[in-house]
Design a protein around this ligand. Structure first.
Ligand code: AMP
Length: 220
């Protein structure tokens, strides 16, 4: 199974990716995680993109396209995958199509996780992520999925933090960016008959079941 998850920050892309990884054995490719790791490791790309992530702005297409291409052309190329946060623009979708064609791979479906902006802001203000990167980085939510000990990661015990890019002002900017770029991206996949809409406001297990059903429809 090879799929792309599209949705604004806070739509539950990460949660659904985790389930798809655990249950279907997919490899998660999260460009946000790749970029945050580059920042933490102070690589040249990391230094370049840090101010953009802090402001909630998109990283230029060429940079993310190159990072994804390096991954897919490298020795650890994922065979079955869920893309979490890439492609995010029409230009990225075109570059990803070309990359997959070169690698003789097809997408099985593109899932659009639909949710209203105000619900996104409410959800994200409660998000807390493990500060131990890249070793852990698990995210919790003080409303929906709290850690057992407040402020501490269940998995590794490290401090949980509100990420800079999860602050309300940043979230609003990220939502603006998301809407600006997504219409064309979704149209592209709609034309290719790969797009499936799933409501992101249902319980986690319902959303997961709806994604699996939608992907089976794609394959039909
Ligand atoms: P995420 O963890 O997916 O919400 O991404 C966090 C931030 O990383 C975004 O706000 C962007 O600044 C950057 N980013 C992640 N993926 C992409 C992408 N495909 N294109 C451009 N910027 C990205």
């Amino acid at each position: 199974m090879r799929l792309v998850l599209v949705g604004p920050p806070g739509s539950g892309k990460g949660t659904q990716s985790d389930l798809l990884v655990k249950r279907l054995g997919l490899v998660e490719v999260g460009t946000g995680d790749i970029l945050r790791l580059a920042i933490k490791q102070r690589t040249p790309v990391g230094v370049q993109v840090e101010p953009l992530l802090k402001q909630g702005l998109l990283v230029p297409d060429e940079i993310v396209n190159k990072l994804v291409a390096e991954l897919f052309r490298g020795p650890n190329r994922p065979e079955c995958f869920v893309m979490d946060g890439y492609p995010r623009t029409y230009a990225q979708a075109v570059a990803f199509d070309a990359l997959l064609a070169q690698e003789m791979m097809n997408l099985d479906g593109v899932i659009n996780l639909a949710i209203a902006d105000d619900e996104v802001v409410r959800r994200i203000s409660g998000r807390r992520c493990c500060s131990n990167l890249p070793a852990c980085g698990v995210c919790y939510n003080i409303y929906a999925k709290p850690s057992k000990v407040p402020g501490k990661c269940d998995k590794c015990g490290s401090d949980l933090v509100l990420r800079d890019d999860d602050k309300e002002e940043t979230v609003r900017r990220r939502l603006q960016e998301f809407h600006k770029n997504t219409a064309e991206l979704l149209d592209h996949y709609r034309r290719k008959k790969l797009l499936r809409e799933v409501s992101a406001t249902d319980p986690v297990e319902t959303i997961y079941a709806n994604i699996v059903t939608a992907l089976n429809q794609s394959a039909a």
